[in-house]
Each structure stands twice: as C-alpha cells, then as structure tokens.
Design a protein around this ligand. Structure first.
Ligand code: PEP
Ligand code: MN
Length: 366
C-alpha cells in the first residue's frame, strides 16, 4: 500500500461554528461595496449559510474589468463576521494578500485557478503562510487539467505547515464554446480523492457552469459523487454585479437550491451494494482474462509475421477492426468514443507486444 500523501491533513472545524456536511461557502464573486457585502451576507445567513465568500482582489483574464476594491474590503468582511457570526473567506494571490487577509482575521483563504497554475506564485504564498499553522487554505484546480500541478500546489502549501487544507474543483478551461464555462473532467478530482482520501474537496458550480441555471444540477452531481461541499457565488443583485453576473444567484435562489439538494447517505456499503460490487469484480476478472488471452494470440501473430517477414501494422486490417468493433459496440448500447479509445489502447499494446517479438533475438542466437 503506497504511503498516503499529505498524511497530516486535519478536519476543518471552527470553534463555536457548527459546519454541517456538505460544507457550503457562499457569497458574491467580488466585494463591491459595504452595502452589497452586508445585504448579501445577511440574506445568506438567514438561509443558513455559515461561511461567506467575497473576492477582494480579482484576477481578471483581460485588463479593464473590475479588479476588486482591494484591501479596504477586508474591513467589510470583518463587519460580516461581527453582524452575522459567519466565517469569512477570500482569494489570495500574493504574499501581500496573505499577510493582509490573515492580519485582518479572515478565516479561510483560497487560491484561485490562475494562481494555482503557477508554481512561483504558489511558492510565494506558501512562504507567506510559513509559521501560520492555524490558517485554513483551499486550493482551486489550475485552469488546465493537470492533476500533478494541482497536487504540487497542495503539496507546497502543506509543506509550509498548513494542515487545514482543502481543494476546490471548478473545472478546466477549454477553447471554444461549451455547455460549461469550465469543463468538469470529474475524473481528475476523483483521482485526487483516491490519492489523498483525507483531503476535503469542494465543488464550485458557479465557475464551472458559468450560468446560474446550471448551479443546481452541478451541485447535485458533485454531492452524488461524494464531494464534501460547495462554494457558490451569490449576490443580492446579480444582474448588476460587477463581475461574473451570469453565474451569480440571489441568496433566495441559493436557499431553494440548497433545500432541494439530496444529500445521500455517506455509508460506503450495504448488502445489496456489496452484491452489485461482486458482480463488477467478476466482470473485471473476465475482462482481464480476455485481455490476457488476446495478447497471447497477438504474440502468436507476431511470431507468424516474423517467420514470414511481414510488417506488424497492416493499416487496412486495423481500420477494419476498429470500425467493426465500434459499430458492433454501438449496437450493444456502448458509447462510440469510449469503445474507440479502448480499442485504440488495446491495439497499441498488441503492436508493442508484436514489435518486442520481432526484435527478440532468435532462439539459440544472442
Ligand atoms: C473566484 O472564485 O472568484 C474566482 C476567480 O474563481 P476561479 O479562480 O475559479 O476562476
Ligand atoms: Mn467569480
């Protein structure tokens, strides 16, 4: 069993504040004015939200957009704490942000997607966190779908001594128009969870979907996949928000979304689930046996081709195999793209095995 990475992570709890599962962090994309911050926070507190988010320094893709009001908004967040009892969270991207936010008593820091893609920036933040062991930090996935880069960012923050650590999945940018603003690629956070089971992972349906109509369904999907919570953008007047207005919901809408969410039992196993899992195990065994048998046949083909001085890849044969398998699979209700990628992987391995046979010295020769 490989040693668990980031093995010292501790659960994120706060004295005096009960945070139910799923953890919900909500608030505007940006803090725009004291009034907007407080109105939104009060309405969210009424909806039962315990952690308030607001961007103070905003990383904008293009210059000229609203870049946040800066440090003065930290005071507004403090007023939120005072007036509502909520915990507060903001994004940090530089050493100065970290210092200012921690000194102002901000409870949770998060690192944005553009920052987590940059190891220099992450290291600067990590250095600023050194010795601030009680800090709570969430690291968003980098903009590009690179799990190693995400892991690297988490590791740098962990190495600085932060143990109250979490991740946020907000999807990955892609060129062109998509249903989602940032493509989910759910397998990436699921692999992160497999590697670091103790790391809490939240989903950000707002930046993932990019449209308020998608917030409810993405949130439900995330919970169904076992995510630990959500970070959602909510604004008291979303249509007039200074950033990300299409994806922000009102606190009232968020309340309805949260009420409607189905939080499934976290029990990992029941008797009937065990039976189904046994069936899956049997299928996997059969799959592996068939694969092993296929490779044996391929090696026999390799020997035959060697004896008859034939080349390994015969293009027409490959095209025929691929298209016949894909249409056969479609008739069985299997996805075309899925079967194509499986067949391509199997074919690549078969070719590799045959080339090995071809290059092997003849028996008796060295
Ligand atoms: C944000 O949460 O306000 C933000 C800028 O998100 P991201 O880093 O995911 O784009
Ligand atoms: Mn935003």
């Amino acid at each position: 069993m490989e040693k668990e990475l980031l093995s010292g992570i501790v659960p994120i709890t706060f004295e005096g504040v009960e945070i139910a599962r799923p953890m919900v962090i909500a608030g505007p994309c940006s803090a725009e004015s004291e009034r907007q911050v407080l109105d939104t926070a009060r309405a969210l507190a009424q909806a039962g939200v315990k952690i308030f988010r607001a961007g103070v320094w905003k990383p904008r893709t293009r210059p000229g957009g609203f870049e946040g009001v800066g440090q003065c908004a930290l005071q507004w967040l403090n007023t939120v704490k005072e007036k509502t009892g909520m915990l507060v969270a903001t994004e940090v991207a530089t050493r100065e942000h970290v210092m200012a936010a921690l000194d102002a008593g901000i409870d949770i820091l998060w690192i944005g997607a553009r920052t987590s893609a940059n190891p220099f920036a992450i290291q600067e933040i990590a250095d600023a966190l050194e010795g601030r062991d009680d800090a709570t930090v969430f690291v968003k996935n980098p903009v590009n779908p690179d799990l190693e880069l995400w892991m690297g960012a988490l590791q740098r923050i962990y190495n600085a001594g932060v143990r109250r650590l979490g991740a946020i999945h907000r999807g990955f940018s892609a060129y062109g128009e998509h249903v989602y603003r940032n493509v989910p690629q759910w397998h990436i956070p699921l692999e992160l969870h497999r590697r670091v089971p103790s790391l809490p992972i939240l989903c950000d349906p707002s930046h993932m979907g990019g449209r308020r109509e998608l917030v409810a369904s993405i949130s439900q999907q995330a919970l169904d996949m076992g995510f630990d919570g959500l970070i959602v953008e909510a604004h008291c007047d979303p249509d007039h928000a200074l950033s990300d207005k299409e994806q922000q919901v009102t606190p009232e809408a968020l309340n309805s979304i949260l009420q409607a969410l189905v939080v499934r039992d976290t029990h990992y196993s029941t008797e009937s689930l065990d039976l189904l899992r046994e069936q899956v195990d049997r299928c996997d065994n059969e799959l592996l046996e068939v694969l092993a048998k296929r490779m044996t046949v391929c090696r026999d083909i390799g020997r035959y081709k060697k004896e008859h001085s034939m080349q390994v890849v015969q293009n027409t044969r490959y095209d025929d195999v691929l298209s016949s398998r894909v249409s056969q699979a479609a008739a069985m209700g299997l996805g075309e793209e899925f079967v194509r990628s499986v067949m391509v992987a199997i074919h690549e391995e078969s070719v590799k095995q045959q080339i090995e046979i071809l290059n092997r010295p003849e028996e008796g020769q060295q």
